[in-house]
Write a protein that binds this ligand. Structure first.
Ligand code: KG4
Ligand code: ZN
Length: 331
């Protein structure tokens, strides 16, 4: 089986080749056009996907030394994501599948983030708990098999990646702010400032409160000292990051205890955060087994789509040419 995976749900155009269950190539074109707008502009994302899709797929094939004629199946992100962005990847995948007469399979973007854990060893054992943390989602998922996943808790408002990005914007940092906060936090004191955390019932999260807490705090401080942000930037980043990671981990550990599952994994763009990775790794000392994907498989990539496609084909699933993209695809 040689699977071509295609990802285009947001602002990354990516293609990957999975050969007999092994990822042999993963090409990612990150769209830089959004930087000046402080967030992803959907129409610009679609246009950039249109420009990138052919070169990205060609490069993935070339690097893998695989000809398009050798592809035996195609997987693509069906949703959730931006409709225009999804349309580019799905139309391309369907056209190639039709032209080459190979089967294709639609993939759920968030299932794929979780299945990224099966790209490299060591792989988690079932059942495991996965904290999926991205720009659009924050979920605690019980994963019982490649195909059986259940949401045990999730955010009721903003996603944690959104909280990182919005706080970064208040600090005047460029988009996407999450990685910038991570970088600057390394030089700051995480105890310098305290922001109010919102505790939600059950295994759910809420991240809109901390955003407001940071906003009001900065507004008050800047009134007295207009250089407050620049003079305290690293401490602010470290304190915001510590609060967000603490909120994420507290609930995740409650879930682990309540469900009696000590196999813990993280996935999604925010799983690239070094503080979250360190705090989770600490749980090894408490008897948990911890799984953290490589950086390149945390943020959006087609390797995870190719891997999810491989597993779906193995389980006998295929899609249809008339399947349409689903911006709000149910889990
Ligand atoms: O999974 P992803 O690449 O795209 C979505 O499906 O949303 O996640 C993107 C999110 C953004 O909010 C970005 O700021 C955040 O992941 N992110 C980080 C880091 N790297 C990416 N947040 C905190 N620390 C990082 N190192
Ligand atoms: Zn994602």
């Amino acid at each position: 089986m040689i699977i071509l995976g295609i990802e285009s749900s947001c602002d990354e155009t990516s293609a990957a080749i999975c050969c007999e269950g092994k990822i042999i190539n993963n090409v990612i074109a990150t769209q830089t056009v959004h930087k000046r707008y402080g967030g992803v502009v959907p129409e610009l994302a679609s246009r950039a996907h249109q420009q990138n899709i052919v070169p990205v797929v060609s490069q993935a094939l070339d690097n893998a030394n695989v000809s398009i004629n050798e592809i035996t199946g195609i997987s693509y992100t069906q949703g959730p994501g931006l409709l225009g962005a999804l349309l580019v990847g799905s139309s391309f995948a369907k056209s190639v599948a039709f032209a080459m007469n190979v089967p294709l399979v639609p993939v759920h973007h968030l299932h794929a983030h979780i299945l990224a854990h099966f790209i490299e060893n060591p792989v988690p054992k079932f059942p495991f708990l996965c904290l999926t943390v991205s720009g659009g989602h924050t979920q605690i998922v019980k994963v019982s098999s490649y195909l059986e996943m259940e949401i045990m808790g999730q955010t009721k408002d903003d996603a944690v990646g959104e909280a990182f990005d919005k706080c970064a914007k208040m600090l005047g940092l460029p988009y996407p702010g999450g990685p910038m906060i991570d970088k600057l936090a390394k030089y700051g004191n995480s105890e310098a400032f305290t922001f109010s955390e919102t505790d939600m019932p059950n295994l759910d999260y809420s991240f809109s409160g901390i955003k407001t807490s940071v906003l009001y705090f900065l507004r008050d401080q800047v009134k007295d000292n207009k250089d407050f942000i620049s003079e305290n930037l690293n401490d602010l980043c470290a304190s915001i990051q510590k609060t967000l990671v603490k909120m994420l981990m507290n609930k995740f550990l409650v879930a682990s205890k309540e469900l009696g599952i000590d196999q813990l994994a993280i996935a999604g763009g925010v799983a690239a955060n070094s503080e979250l990775r360190n705090v989770l790794l600490n749980e090894i000392n408490n008897g948990c087994e911890v799984y953290i994907p490589k950086f390149e498989y945390c943020t959006d990539n087609a390797a995870m789509i190719a891997m999810a496609g491989h597993l779906a084909f193995e389980a006998g699933f295929t899609g249809e040419l008339h399947d349409s993209p689903k911006p709000r695809m149910p889990f």
